[in-house]
Design a binder for this molecule. Structure first.
Ligand code: NAG
Ligand code: NAG
Ligand code: NAG
Length: 203
């Protein structure tokens, strides 16, 4: 008995506990890498619609993907390549103009916008395609293109698939009753749970 226990302990010495986010991050539409869960949504939406729909996932606040490093870039590429449900070539990222009056062609004028429209950080990693960012007043948002493996500026009113990112650091420690009710409110209502407030739109 003791011997078999000793063998068991010896055979499985490196079992590490999964985080709750990691446990939820399995399936054809998601990939866990670094400390983020990336979720691809094949349905094409405008930038604002895509941004809002990433804001919340029960117990986790999220945002459109931040391609913050070559590792994140490669994770996003792998995710959308392996996604079998829909062919996904372009996905929205969380990049927006820091100063909407300044030229779109200035790379330092781009930053990562997270939930609630707040600017989290000036972008540090910007894998622009050679002719990007374009000088175009209307190309004020950014997509990642799987084919080129680069980012491209496009108009916010265009519809594209997107990747949401949920980070361990943005985890909500407690799922409240209000949050649960907000998520449960379906039918024709559109709900958004943000900073402990449940917003309900009656279309
Ligand atoms: C996950 O991140 C690592 C670096 O942290 C990177 O080397 C690897 O390619 C990534 N995995 C995928 C599936 O892209
Ligand atoms: C934004 O850009 C415009 C045009 O270049 C400039 O006049 C303005 O001062 C900038 N605003 C800020 C807050 O930097
Ligand atoms: C929300 O829905 C789930 C699944 O149907 C149910 O288990 C839960 O009790 C509901 N929560 C609230 C607060 O209504």
């Amino acid at each position: 008995m003791l011997l078999s226990l000793a063998i068991l302990l010896f055979t499985f010495p490196t079992v590490t506990a999964q985080t709750d986010l990691q446990a939820k991050c399995t399936g054809n539409d998601r990939l866990y890498n670094g400390s983020s869960c990336y979720v691809v949504v094949g349905t094409a939406k405008t930038h604002n619609e895509a941004k809002t729909s990433c804001n919340h996932y029960l117990g986790n606040s999220g945002h459109l993907v931040n391609i913050k490093s070559s590792a994140a870039q490669s994770a996003v590429r792998t995710l959308i390549t392996n996604y079998a449900t829909t062919t996904v070539t372009y996905v929205w990222t969380c990049l927006e103009l820091l100063n909407s009056s300044a030229a779109t062609s200035v790379s330092s004028n781009w930053g990562n916008y997270f939930r609630g429209g707040t600017l989290d950080a000036k972008a540090v990693y910007l894998p622009w395609y050679t002719t990007e960012p374009q000088l175009s007043a209307t190309s004020n948002r950014v997509v990642y293109n799987k084919a080129s493996n680069y980012i491209h500026s496009v108009p916010l009113s265009s519809a594209y698939s997107y990747v949401c990112e949920y980070e361990e650091a943005l985890r909500e420690p407690v799922v409240t009753d209000l949050e649960q009710k907000c998520v449960n409110l379906t039918s024709s209502f559109k709900t958004l749970f943000l900073n402990d407030i449940c917003y309900v739109a009656h279309p």
